[in-house]
Design a protein around this ligand. Structure first.
Ligand code: NAX
Length: 325
């Protein structure tokens, strides 16, 4: 391909943006033969910092990088875009109630959903900025872009789970397949090992239950807090790596006999109310995610999936009350 693919990154001057942009420019997002044009969106106060990053991108002499544009206007940043990575969001600050947080993010994701109407016909949207699932719901509800192009990121949770499982079994991450994250990208998420395999061999029946409930599930679900505690700042490079994996998989497909996790608009599968942006086990082919069907769900899993999905339903109710969806 010689026509560059337009990739818009919001929150480009933030810490995830800083890790993400260089990998995109290196060809990791779409493939090492696909030229990219980067469009950075920031709020006016951070445009200068984004321009500084653009200088460094120039200085890196990436052969696939066709050019960089910096914007403070969503309409312009999304015009004709093929891949939109919505990273910039309003973080929760002290004393902020959930409704305040959702409202503040509605102020970002509603206009961005509208602005995405100007995107290319094949546009793919990944929301990283938290609360990611509900921000994706807001953007989708305010856009004419088809629902199946809106996704939110649970790939970091998925990768964290794969990493923990590989460490437990003393294998490399490439040996782990069929891991699943269900629900919300929050502490209620359910990392499900029921169908996970090590070197193609199912582990479900032999998993140590106390390790699962007391160590693995809470460790994966609360890994973000652990990173903040140890690193002194929230996950950045690993979040960028997960965003890269999410889009790469979406465009280039999942491996044979494997699946991944992504939050996509529910079609009602597995009892997840239609329209919620919830994480599922998914395969990708021909540029489309599809929910893995027909998995038997145990009572143990059902309870945990429902808890996380209920949280998503509550968030939807809250943004409905605010008139955001
Ligand atoms: P930073 O605060 O470093 O950067 C955010 C950037 O977004 C800032 O430069 C800010 O100016 C910009 N921004 C704010 N409003 C904007 C708007 N309307 N348009 C364009 N840009 C805007 O945060 P960072 O550490 O980069 O994290 C970004 C987001 O990712 C946060 O919401 C964070 O919670 C979320 N995360 C999501 C994860 C996931 O797995 N889904 C994991 C990592 C991360 O915690």
């Amino acid at each position: 391909a010689t026509t560059p693919v337009n990739v818009t990154v919001t929150g480009a001057a933030g810490q995830i943006g800083y890790a993400l942009l260089f990998r995109i420019a290196a060809g990791d997002l779409l493939g090492d033969d696909v030229p990219v044009r980067l469009r950075l969106l920031e709020i006016p106060q951070a445009v200068k910092a984004a321009e500084g990053t653009a200088l460094e991108l120039h200085d890196s002499a990436f052969e696939l990088l066709d050019g960089i544009d910096v914007y403070d206007d969503a309409q312009q940043a999304f015009d004709g875009t093929n891949v939109a990575l919505l990273v910039g969001a309003r973080p929760r600050t002290q004393g902020m109630e959930r409704a305040d947080l959702l409202e503040a993010n509605g102020g970002i994701f509603k206009p961005q959903g509208e602005a995405l109407n100007g995107a290319a016909d094949d546009a793919k949207v990944l929301v990283v900025g938290n609360p990611a699932n509900t921000n994706a719901l807001i953007a989708r509800s305010n856009s004419d872009v088809p629902a199946d192009r809106f996704t939110a990121m649970t790939r970091l949770d998925h990768n964290r789970a794969v990493g923990q499982l590989a460490a437990k079994y003393g294998v490399r991450v490439g040996s782990v397949s069929k891991m699943t994250i269900w629900g919300n990208h929050s502490a209620t998420q359910y990392p499900d090992v029921t169908y996970a395999e090590i070197d193609g061999k199912p582990i479900g029946s032999e998993v140590d239950q106390s390790w699962l409930t007391e160590e693995f599930i809470p460790r994966v679900a609360k890994r973000g807090a652990e990173i903040i505690e140890v690193r002194g700042a929230s996950s950045a490079a690993s979040a960028a790596a997960a965003a890269i994996d999410h889009v790469y998989t979406w465009v280039n497909g999942t491996k044979q006999n494997d699946w991944t996790s992504a939050a996509i608009v529910s079609d009602g599968s597995y009892g997840v109310p239609e329209g919620l942006v919830s994480s599922f086990p998914v395969t990708a082919s021909n540029g489309k995610f599809e929910i893995v069907q027909g998995l038997e769900i145990s009572d143990f899993s059902r309870e945990r999936i429902d808890a996380s999905v209920n949280e998503l339903a509550e968030e939807r109710e809250a943004v409905q009350k605010l008139g955001l969806v």
